[in-house]
Design a protein around this ligand. Structure first.
Ligand SMILES: [Zn+2]
Length: 365
């Protein structure tokens, strides 16, 4: 498994480089094809191609399981030079090793093991690996949703949670808004009163927007980026803010969206424009999700280990499939730390039982 992961990590694949992502897609496709899967690329113009692999059975006895993940990473080409893929004691390091090239390797090795035990697979399996997850999944979302609708369950091989490798049974939904304020420029010395200060207006809006947070509901609003103004001696005509919104429950989506869109200028001489919206629904811990987790923890128990579960703030493509009501279990991938950071790594000793867990789930659900 380590050599499979190393091979994938050493093909760098930043989301914004189509040629690079297509290279890793080819390498991954070859591995699934050697296992007998029917490989099909969904062409994407601005991103790498998305990869669908179907393992069909001669007679469709059961509904399929969808294994879901992505092969794009957040690291620019050349990162390997400063962050090489190396074994250091029990750790394997490198860009994307945790998020989520080890998850892809787990899929490959779980399917290979099932092939050996059953002389074929116990049920139809579809694999979908997308190329744009780290940048919002705009070009792959429709494919993810259409394949999920045909599946009995979705297993997401994103990184697990914490040092014990808990699976993720709830994820917050994510929204992004852009707030643009237009005032009027003037000379700060000669014509101060003719100006309308867009930064001042935005500052007031930021207080208001920040007050939309309701921690007890798991609803948070974070103004993460602000910009505005040109020179200190000019009353600024423009200012803008980018806002990250997280919701734990789908029923809070409409309310916060309405609040954002109802923002009105404090100073009537300013204009305010709001764009954006909620782009990933929350993955809620439905009965279907809880049942999948119960299967997973029973399999882990048989393997002599206690599998925990976690609710997290970050989103993944599992949010889309769970949002459709398809039972989804996320965080089945590698165990480690430092996703998107220079110390990204996985724990090698965790790999065998994670692969066994994925194989067991494919059989059981
Ligand atoms: Zn990921």
């Amino acid at each position: 498994m380590v050599s499979t992961i190393r091979e994938l990590v050493e093909i760098e694949s930043p989301s914004d480089n189509k040629a690079a992502v297509d290279r890793v897609a080819e390498a991954v496709a070859n591995k699934f094809s050697r296992l007998g899967g029917n490989v099909r690329f969904h062409h994407a113009k601005d991103f790498g191609n998305h990869l669908q692999v179907d393992f069909d059975l001669p007679r469709k006895s059961a509904k399929s399981v969808l294994l879901l993940g992505h092969y794009d990473t957040v690291y620019p080409l050349g990162t390997l030079a400063t962050m090489p893929c190396r074994v250091v004691d029990n750790k394997l390091t490198g860009p994307g090793v945790l998020d989520m090239k080890s998850g892809i390797a787990l899929m490959i090795h779980a399917l290979a093991a099932l092939h050996q035990w059953h002389v074929g697979l116990p049920r139809p399996v579809t694999v979908l690996l997308v190329s744009d997850e780290e940048v919002g999944s705009d070009s792959s979302r429709a494919i993810t949703e259409s394949l999920a609708k045909k599946a009995a369950a979705v297993l997401v091989l994103e990184p697990s949670y914490g040092p014990e490798g808990a699976v993720k049974t709830a994820r917050k939904g994510v929204g992004e808004y852009h707030v643009k304020v237009t005032g009027k420029a003037s000379h700060a010395g000669l014509d101060f009163q003719k100006g309308v200060n867009a930064i001042l207006e935005l500052a007031r809006q930021i207080e208001k927007i920040s007050s939309f947070t309701e921690l007890e509901k798991g609803l948070t609003v974070n103004v993460g980026i602000v910009s505005g103004g040109s020179r200190t001696n000019v009353v600024p005509a423009e200012a803008a803010a980018q806002v990250d919104v997280r919701i734990a429950r789908m029923k809070d989506a409409a309310g916060i969206d309405k609040k954002m869109r109802s923002l009105r200028p404090f100073n009537r001489k300013c204009r305010i424009e709001i764009t954006g919206g909620i782009n990933r629904p929350p993955m809620e811990r439905t009965a279907g999700v809880a049942a999948l987790y119960a299967h997973a923890s029973a399999i882990a128990r048989e393997l002599g280990w206690k599998l925990g579960e976690a609710a997290v703030g970050g989103g993944s493509d599992g949010n889309f499939t769970a949002g459709l009501g398809i039972p989804t279990l996320d965080g089945l991938g590698g165990v480690g730390d430092g996703a998107h950071a220079t110390h990204e790594h996985i724990l090698i000793s965790e790999l065998p039982r994670r692969a066994a867990l994925v194989a067991g789930l494919i059989e059981a659900v």
